[in-house]
Ligand binder design. Structure first.
Ligand SMILES: Cc1cc2nc3c(=O)[nH]c(=O)nc-3n(C[C@H](O)[C@H](O)[C@H](O)COP(=O)(O)O)c2cc1C
Length: 236
């Protein structure tokens, strides 16, 4: 018997998101560019309870204490591969990644940003807040001595943010640590000379966000989940 397949007209409108293949109970359907053999089955014994899922989401923290251990490229690939399961508009999957894992380069970028920030805070009406006692110190308060900085970027103005959020959550699941790099982003948006180029972000790209990634220093343990503000909701 012939395997079920999309009609050619339906294929013209298809996002290739894999919805049909994943919902086919018998595993008989392949779409024009998704082979059923590439679709790992959802294992019942790996499903987590609602309680486990909630603890996972609520216990994620921004990590600012890293070990000196580098993240090998295979692990970094795995992390980004997992983050690639983030939803994208029209299933476009256009998010690209830059990984900076050269310590000298990270230090050079951090020093550029620190120089910029420490000039900014002197300006009247400035609203930049730096960590206590940071001005003039050798502390890396930009990247917290992380062994890697990752930048997500794409044409779509939303997708890279969702992808980086997935990266943050996937890192939590893989025992890695992430912290979004707001100071870096701030200096990039202010067009600090040479920074975008040093970061490898294409000159015409405006849709990007950086984060630092590393192995969390186990000496800093988290025992509880602090509360968050009550959500403001209007049901209409
Ligand atoms: C867009 C964004 C930018 C951030 N920038 C920085 C930063 O530059 N440095 C830093 O230490 N933390 C930064 N953070 C982490 C926040 O301070 C942190 O998410 C917040 O305090 C809540 O803590 P939690 O992430 O551990 O739940 C950033 C977070 C976001 C979402």
């Amino acid at each position: 018997m012939e395997s079920p397949a999309l009609s050619p007209q339906a294929d013209d409108y298809c996002f290739h998101c894999g919805q049909c293949v994943s919902a086919c109970p018998t595993g008989a359907l392949s779409s024009s560019d998704i082979d059923i053999k590439d679709c790992k089955e959802i294992a019942d014994d790996l499903k987590i309870t609602a309680e486990q899922a909630l603890q996972f989401v609520r216990s994620r923290r921004s990590i600012r204490n890293f070990t000196k251990e580098k993240i090998d490229q295979k692990t970094m690939y795995e992390l980004i591969r997992n983050a690639s399961y983030a939803p994208t508009g029209g299933n476009f999957q256009g998010v690209k990644w830059i990984v900076i894992d050269d310590q000298e380069k990270i230090k050079r970028i951090s020093d550029m940003i620190k120089g910029f920030l420490e000039e900014m805070v002197k300006l009247p009406g400035n609203e930049v807040l730096l960590p206590a006692n940071s001005i003039g110190s050798s502390d890396d308060y930009v990247f917290w001595d992380a062994p890697a900085v990752v930048i997500a970027y794409c044409d779509n103005p939303i997708d890279y943010r969702i992808a980086l959020t997935y990266l943050d959550l996937c890192a939590h699941g893989m025992g890695l640590g992430v912290c979004w790099a707001g100071y870096f982003n701030f200096a990039l948006r202010a067009d600090h000379p040479g920074l975008k180029e040093a970061a490898g972000i294409p000159a015409d790209c405006e849709n990007y966000y950086p984060a630092m990634v590393g192995h969390p220093d186990e000496r800093v343990k988290y025992y509880r989940m602090p509360p968050r503000k009550e959500p403001k909701i209007r049901f209409i």
